[in-house]
Design a protein around this ligand. Structure first.
Ligand code: B12
Length: 300
């Protein structure tokens, strides 16, 4: 098995001893055990009574405590890529340089280590990742190689996002469900994968149907899963605005007391049917705030 597959598998299943986590964070084992006893860090017990900490819980703790990971390799994580408080443009510069010059592993590590170091997913996605991809996109106008870079950059970002999914804590029992995808004719994979991750981080159980989802399939999925929140991404404006509005209305009726969030570059010009379930949003930051706030409960 190659190293990356081994890392991902171990991240899903592996638990760390307090000693290993303490070494990775550069703190004493006794502090770590105390934090576990105080409930700040969730530790499980082995049959023999020893504390074990899931890697996703360790990442959650690092993100919320503001501690730095001194030895990320002990957690199976990439080396630190950036430090706290960097401007979006600085990080986007590094990410774009890595994406544009075949350093895919560096690009993936940069996105994953950003998350571990603390910024919210909204900042990471709306900021450096969106900006770096926009710069990759500007190449296609000048150079045929731009299209191959767009495909490769998309794959790299998706790999990083899949890895982040393993680091986001699993949804609690009884978590509300969120479901969504890209609209029909929309080939873009990254925006829906981002929405899924932002909602998973907000505590939802998530089903992402991916790009180019026909309206009937979306409707069938909503009837099947009865989600609290449905998202639909329009990266390109729909070919027929009237059909798109009718499909959105049918979806809004199907979500019942839930919420339907429409977003993406191509949704800006859409005339949305008036319906209490429908909201239009421009960013992942907005989606995260809505998911934690208004959408935390069903509509009255
Ligand atoms: C990768 C890419 C492709 C890949 C897609 C691969 C894949 N399977 O995903 C391929 C090569 C297929 C492709 C094709 C084309 N592409 Co293209 N592509 C891009 C590129 C570089 C990145 C797209 C991306 O994933 N961005 C990352 C996402 C996350 O950013 P975002 O879309 O801005 O999304 C943010 C917000 O809108 C919001 N959001 C998005 N969805 C949602 C949903 C919800 C619910 C919410 C709340 C928020 C939200 O949050 C996101 C994060 O901030 C962009 C450049 C760019 N500016 O984005 C060009 C770009 C979009 N492509 C462009 C073009 C022209 C094309 C083609 C027409 C090229 C051609 N001649 O064939 C085709 C059209 C395809 C089609 N059918 O529509 C242009 C569009 C120009 C325009 N004004 O419309 C761009 C902007 C490049 C450029 N600078 O000219 N493309």
């Amino acid at each position: 098995m190659d190293t990356r597959k081994r890392q991902i598998r171990s991240r899903r299943t592996e638990h760390l001893s307090p000693r290993a986590l303490a070494a990775a964070l550069g703190v004493s084992e006794s502090s770590l055990k105390r934090w576990a006893d105080e409930g700040r860090l969730v530790a499980e017990r082995t049959v023999g009574g020893h504390r074990r900490i899931a890697v996703s819980e360790a990442v959650r703790f690092v993100r919320h405590s503001g501690l730095a990971v001194r030895r990320p390799e002990l957690l199976g994580l990439p080396a630190p890529g950036v430090s706290h408080g960097r401007a979006v443009d600085d990080v986007a510069d590094r990410l774009h340089a890595a994406l544009a010059s075949d350093r895919w592993e560096e690009a993936r590590s940069l996105i994953v280590s950003l998350y571990v170091e603390g910024p919210g997913l909204g900042w990471i996605f709306d900021g450096p990742v969106r900006e770096a991809l926009a710069r990759v996109g500007s190449l296609w106008q000048h150079d045929e190689a731009g299209v191959f870079l767009e495909h490769r950059a998309t794959e790299t970002c998706l790999a990083a996002l899949a890895e982040l999914r393993l680091l986001v804590p699993p949804p609690p029992d009884g978590a509300p469900l969120a479901l969504g995808g890209g609209c029909a004719g929309d080939p873009y994979l990254v925006p829906s994968a981002m929405a899924a991750l932002v909602l998973a981080e907000a505590g939802y159980a998530v089903r992402n149907l991916g790009a180019d989802t026909p309206p009937q399939a979306m409707l069938a999925a909503v009837r099947h899963y009865r989600p609290r929140l449905v998202w639909q991404s329009f990266s390109a404006p729909p070919k027929n605005a009237r059909d798109a509005a009718a499909a959105i209305l049918a979806l809004a009726d199907a979500v019942g007391a839930g919420h339907l969030v429409i977003g993406g570059r191509g949704s800006a010009g859409l005339v949305l049917p008036p319906h209490p379930a429908i909201q239009r949003m421009d960013s992942m930051t907005e989606l995260a705030a809505f998911a934690r706030g208004a959408a935390a409960a069903p509509r009255p």
